[in-house]
Ligand binder design. Structure first.
Ligand code: BES
Ligand code: ZN
Length: 449
């Protein structure tokens, strides 16, 4: 229950967080829509124009301030869909009943991304209220409900609505901060290519004693295929995988080396017993600037209690590849599919389903917009911002650059321990409030032209 002392902004954020807007689960499609409608109503109540645009998937919500011709226009992007909540039994509080504990709001989507885009909305709301409806810039909010499933309908939407979305710069708070109180400008994100493969063997589950040895076990083959993705030095073994990779620049490697020990932070944040990965690179370089192959899920055969002696008729794995400039995500999918086909023995049949893709993104943090973002961060947090790249992906950012011709300022507020995509996701009230202040400082700065 919201405490009596909560601010109206926090109460409103709690309302936002109560929608179980899980985009990947079709049983929640109504909740995703309801959440978008709630945002549109909220925008209207603040004095913005609000439109809900249908797509073949979940709706896009556009909120606009009344355009003034002499001012720059800032597009603020966010996503109101969230990741699934499983494993549910690891949540200490129910994921869609936001709960305030020790200055942190626990709820699915609190950081990724409701709390962050809602801070921008609150910043605009406060400025509008205090100024009698006058903002230093024109603002367009672009809020989508499909980011966590790869934004399949947003790029076509950008193309058909490019004129209405015309802006000078895009601002996005959907990335991370190096640590509490450390202002962080992210100037690059990795891209992503996803695929799923299934290995089929016999036409039915077999007795492993009767047939074991003579018939290939699909679970073994999935394990072999997964193992074939890397060598013992952590290098991806797919032919051509590194051909387009832009090497890290010396200045970035030096800048990141000057940050607090990234290997130690990576171990502390993850609880893993040790660092693993491509030889010759630090943990931060691997996470932010090198491409990877990951297994996100693997399954097949008996998973229940005790043993069951069976050769499963099929087994599967879900893979994703994180990409860096200038890798082509579709080409990477082709190369990966070719690798899997080539390594699958003829005693089994492999079925490959390609999934969503998004390119890596990088911008110049020293451009005039980058400098304005740094100034706003400095004003908000009272110290010099750090410049980093990050390993996560926001696939639409590259499309915003290509279709609308504008860069995105990535001003994230996620802390390393806010558990995005995991049980007990949380957002600090402090960062929610800093986000509101950051929006105001940013619009002020960008308004100077
Ligand atoms: N907010 C994240 C992206 C992110 C997280 C960027 C941390 C930088 C630091 C976003 O919501 C996300 O999870 N994106 C997905 C995209 C995918 C589903 C296409 C991702 O990175 O896995
Ligand atoms: Zn996410």
């Amino acid at each position: 229950m919201p405490a009596m002392s909560q601010t109206p902004h926090l109460d409103a954020l709690f309302e936002h967080l109560r929608f179980p807007s899980i985009s990947t689960d079709s049983t929640h499609a109504g909740d995703v829509r309801a959440c978008g409608e709630w945002l549109a109503a909220r925008g209207k109540a603040m004095g913005l124009s609000a439109e809900i645009h249908e797509t073949p998937g979940h709706p896009v919500v556009i909120l606009k301030s009344e355009p003034k011709p002499d001012r720059p226009t800032v597009l603020i992007y966010g996503h109101y869909d969230v990741q699934p909540v499983d494993p549910l039994d690891e949540w200490k509080t129910p994921p869609f009943e936001p709960t305030l504990i020790d200055g942190r709001i626990f709820a699915r989507g609190s950081t990724d991304n409701k709390g962050q885009h809602f801070a921008h909305l609150c910043g605009v709301e406060d400025t509008l209220a205090e100024s009698g409806g006058d903002l230093p810039v024109n603002v367009i909010f672009l809020l989508e409900g499909e980011e966590e499933i790869g934004s399949p309908n947003l790029e076509p939407f950008l193309k058909t609505h490019a004129a209405e979305l015309k802006a000078d710069i895009c601002a996005v708070s959907d990335t991370g901060m190096l640590g509490p109180g450390i202002p962080t400008l992210t100037y690059g994100l990795r891209g992503i290519s996803c695929l799923e493969f299934k290995v089929h063997g016999p036409s039915l589950d077999l007795h492993s004693g009767v047939y074991g040895g003579a018939i290939a076990n699909p679970a073994t083959m999935v394990a072999r295929l997964v193992a074939s993705l890397h060598d013992e030095n952590g290098r991806v073994q797919i032919a051509g995988f590194y051909d387009q990779v832009e090497p890290l620049a010396d200045w970035e490697r030096e800048m990141w080396a000057s940050l607090p020990d990234g290997d130690a932070a990576t171990l502390a944040e993850t609880g893993a017993p040790g660092i693993w990965g491509e030889a010759g690179y630090t943990a931060l370089e691997q996470r932010w600037g090198r491409p990877t192959a990951e297994v996100n899920g693997i399954g097949g055969g008996y998973q229940g209690e005790g043993s069951k002696t069976v050769i499963p008729r099929s087994a599967m794995a879900k893979l994703s590849f994180r990409l860096v400039p200038d890798q082509d995500p579709n080409l990477v999918l082709e190369l990966a599919a070719e690798h899997l086909r080539r390594h699958c023995p003829s005693s089994c049949r492999i079925e490959i389903e390609k999934g969503h893709v998004g390119s890596a993104y990088v911008m110049d943090p020293h451009s005039s917009f980058g400098k304005a973002a740094q100034k706003a961060l400095w004003d908000t947090f009272g110290e010099e911002p750090r410049l980093i790249r990050e390993g996560g992906s926001i696939p639409i950012i590259q499309a915003i650059q290509e279709v609308l011709g504008i860069d995105s300022l990535l001003l994230g507020l996620a802390l390393p321990d806010c558990q995005i995509h995991a049980p007990n996701e949380n957002f600090t009230v402090e960062n929610f409030e800093k986000g509101i202040a950051l929006n105001r400082a940013l619009l002020e700065e960008l308004g100077k032209g």
